[in-house]
Each structure stands twice: as structure tokens, then as C-alpha cells.
Design a protein around this ligand. Structure first.
Ligand code: SF4
Ligand code: SF4
Length: 426
């Protein structure tokens, strides 16, 4: 971690002047910003945050108020899509956080917990498996159900919302598949590498398996290269650029020389960072890796899709994952795939590309605002009367499942590839 600070210092901390200069203060981004929509406060809008970054770049001190407004940003990048001046807000908020991080003084315990999560838990298969095992005991012992029941009765105060967000441990964990190759069904058309993520190995093992099945159905040999690991997105969003670079290097070295047609992820949040490895590592290998990266929906929508599916009789709405829609500019691919499923009725929700409040670990560290954003999102979902909420990012799935428990109408929350998998399997 100390290493990461040193790395950041080498790059120069804080948003770059040429990025800051792009903002013309027009305000066209305001309505795309979830925190501005909820609070109506200029300093919690993209324009207001850029204004504060400009002040700090000009020599103003980093105050608790500045940290609070930057921390409250979801880094959803909705403002980037709305901005006519091409302000690269996502990069700017990452730089602002790296600068804050270098100066922030946490308590001893908070610092140790953070070091453990970013330096060990997310990076190590054994630590993640141990955490998954504890989570499994928590859910099979009935404790999880009890805690959630108490949360529903408002007996846990603010902790109740956190209880709704706890993922489930899905046994067997997906780690056992890393290092294996899953052959194409029928003639092989592509050879792809699949990145299984970090937390997803424990909490989305079945989604990863569904992703492999769908790729196999579409003529892909699916390889899970050994040596792959966490993509570094959570580190980067938390101001730990040096640590993220170390993880990026590990993935590039494990995968790039395998001769793959594409490198696939089913997690939009990870994909967004994986596609930025060129910039993060600032070398040719990083750029070649980034050029091969595809979100699974993007990959499937671009090939001749296997249409041998059975009907899925359901009304489905789609929640854009911010890092897919705004970060990667992938919007039509998931909708195109859903439209290809026979029997399925697609119903667009209002404001589908406004964040659901998940945003990496935002819902854990800014739970109150996250829940407020989620409540607004669920109003849009419920207006569609859809029985399935499809999305393209595991983090959004967790958040939307909490939304269904708190404000929903018993909807199923599925990844787009799980809808396809269901159609293929009948
Ligand atoms: S990234 Fe999202 S929350 Fe942050 S300023 Fe932009 S729109 Fe608002
Ligand atoms: S970030 Fe873009 S849209 Fe927002 S005020 Fe600045 S120039 Fe206008």
C-alpha cells in the first residue's frame, strides 16, 4: 500500500489541468447525476465537484467538506455521457481520490481493515475462500435470515441496510474452474479467455458457470488462464492506483500471450477498468490487452448468435450498468441479446441508465445515499411491471436484489447471460 502511494506520487497527484480545463460550466450534466437529483445541491453535482477540484488544483486546501463531496460521488460516469465538452470525469474523480488518499489520516483499526481488504482479501484465493466459507456458515446457520428479518423490522438502525446488501456464498466456489478449458459445443469458432473476477468466484459462481455455457453454445473454447486475479477496479476507484497497476500487470502477464480472439468478462465494473489497462500501465502490452477486452454482452451481440433457444415467457426490463453504458459506451448489445430471446417481452424503464446506487463498494461506504438512489430506481422498475430485471454487472445484481426486498414486487434479478442461458437450456 505504501508502494501505491509512491507510485501515485510519481504520476503527480490530483486531476490533470487539461482535464479540468475542459469543463465550460454549462450544467448539462446536472440532471444525469444521481446525487444531484437526490440532493439538489450544486456541490454534489458534477459541475460543482469539478469546480472544487479546480480550487484544490489552484492551491486551496483539501478540506473535510471537499472530501465529503468527492466521497459522495458514485463515480457512475453518467455525467460523462451527458457532457458535450468531453470532460473525462471518471478519470478526474479517480485522480482526486488518489490525492485525497495520500493525505487522509484514518484511525489505526480502519487503516488495518482497509489494508487487509485491498492488500489481501481481494488479491488472494485463500483469503477469499475463507471469507466465502464464513459467509456460507452465516447463511446456512439461519443467522442471515434472522438478521434480515430484524432489519425489515427496523431493529438494526443503519446496519439494517448493510444486512440487505450482503451477498450469498455460492458453493462450490468458482475457483476450482480456474486453469481449465471448456470446449465449444459444435464447431469451434473462437478461442476466448474468461476472467472470473475476485468476489465473483465466491458470490457469483453460478453466473460465471452460466457465462461459460452460453459462450460454449456460441462456438467458443473458453479458457480460464491460471494466474488471473482481481482486475484492480476497486483499488483504482478507492485512490490506490499503484496497487491497481500491480494487479493489471499480473493479469496481462497471465493472459496476453495465450493467442486469444477476445478476453471476456461478465462484470461491467471490471470490464471498464480492464479496457483502461493501456492507460493504466502506459505500455504496449497493456494496450494490446485492452484492445482484446470485451464485455460478454458486447462479444455475443457482435457475433452470429446461436438462436436455438426456447421461449422465456416473461416481461423483462433492463438496468444499464454504469460502467457498461457510460464507461464502455455499450448500450445496445444487452438489449439486442434480450430481443433475440423468443417469448420475452422487453419493457424499457424510465432513466434506465441512471445508477442504481451500487457503484463498487459505494453501497457499503455510503449506504444512506446508496439506498436513497436505489429507492428512486425501484420506482422506475416497478412502473414497468416487469417480472425480471436484467442487468450486466454482479454488483448491480446485488443492489437490485436488495431493492426488490425493500421496495419491489418479487422480481427476479438476472444477468443478461443468465436469461440467455435459461433460453438455451429451456
Ligand atoms: S460520476 Fe455519477 S455521481 Fe459522480 S458526479 Fe458524475 S453523475 Fe454524479
Ligand atoms: S462537466 Fe461537462 S456538462 Fe457538466 S458543467 Fe462541465 S462541461 Fe458542462
Amino acid at each position: 500500500m505504501a508502494d501505491s502511494i509512491a507510485e501515485s506520487e510519481k504520476r503527480g497527484l490530483g486531476p490533470r489541468q487539461f482535464d479540468l480545463d475542459r469543463c465550460v460550466h454549462c450544467g448539462l450534466c446536472l440532471n444525469a447525476c444521481p446525487t444531484y437529483r437526490e440532493l439538489g445541491v450544486e456541490m454534489d453535482s458534477p459541475r460543482g465537484r469539478v469546480y472544487q477540484m479546480v480550487q484544490v488544483a489552484g492551491g486551496a486546501p483539501i478540506t473535510p467538506s471537499y472530501i465529503e463531496h468527492i466521497d459522495l460521488c458514485l463515480a457512475c460516469r453518467g455525467c460523462e455521457t451527458a457532457c458535450p465538452s468531453g470532460v473525462p470525469y471518471g478519470r478526474m474523480v479517480e485522480d482526486a481520490r488518489a490525492e485525497i488518499e495520500a493525505q487522509r489520516h484514518r484511525g489505526w483499526l480502519a487503516d488495518r481493515v482497509r489494508r487487509f481488504i485491498f492488500g489481501h482479501l481481494l488479491q488472494s484465493r485463500s483469503w477469499m475462500s475463507a471469507a466465502g466459507a464464513m459467509l456460507y456458515v452465516y447463511q446456512v446457520s439461519g443467522l442471515k435470515a434472522l438478521v434480515r428479518a430484524m432489519a425489515s423490522m427496523k431493529m438494526l438502525g443503519g446496519l439494517g441496510d448493510l444486512a440487505q446488501l450482503t451477498p450469498s456464498a455460492e458453493v462450490p466456489f468458482f475457483f476450482r474452474n480456474v486453469g481449465k478449458t471448456f470446449p465449444a459445443e459444435g464447431p469451434r469458432r473462437y478461442r476466448v479467455a474468461f476472467l472470473a473476477g475476485c468476489i465473483a468466484n465466491v458470490a457469483f459462481a453460478r453466473l460465471n458457470e452460466a457465462t461459460i455455457r452460453v459462450l460454449q453454445k456460441n462456438g467458443c473454447d473458453v479458457v480460464l488462464p491460471d494466474g488471473q486475479g482481481c482486475c484492480g477496479a476497486l483499488h483504482l476507484h478507492s485512490g490506490l492506483a499503484g496497487e491497481a497497476r500491480k494487479l493489471a500487470r499480473r493479469n496481462v502477464d497471465a493472459i496476453l500471450d495465450g493467442g486469444f480472439d477476445a478476453i471476456i468478462t461478465n462484470a461491467a465494473g471490471c470490464g471498464s477498468t480492464l479496457k483502461e489497462y493501456g492507460e493504466l500501465l502506459d505500455d504496449g502490452r497493456g494496450r494490446r490487452f485492452a484492445a482484446l477486452m470485451r464485455d460478454v454482452t458486447e462479444f455475443l451481440a457482435a457475433i452470429d448468435l446461436n438462436r436455438n433457444m426456447r421461449p422465456v415467457d416473461a416481461v423483462v426490463t433492463y438496468q444499464d450498468s454504469c460502467h457498461l453504458a457510460h464507461g464502455q459506451k455499450v448500450r445496445t448489445a444487452p438489449r439486442k441479446l434480450l430481443a433475440a430471446v423468443p417469448g420475452l417481452t422487453f419493457r424499457e424503464m424510465p432513466g434506465a441508465d441512471i445508477c442504481c446506487g451500487s457503484a463498487g463498494i459505494y453501497n457499503v461506504v455510503q449506504t444512506e445515499m446508496s439506498m436513497q438512489v436505489l429507492a428512486s430506481k425501484m420506482k422506475s422498475v416497478n412502473a414497468t411491471s416487469a417480472g425480471i430485471i436484467a442487468t450486466a454487472n454482479p454488483g448491480c445484481m446485488l443492489q437490485l436484489r436488495a431493492g426488490v426486498r425493500l421496495h419491489g414486487a418479487d422480481q427476479r434479478v438476472m444477468h443478461v447471460v443468465e436469461v440467455l442461458d435459461e433460453a438455451y437450456r429451456g
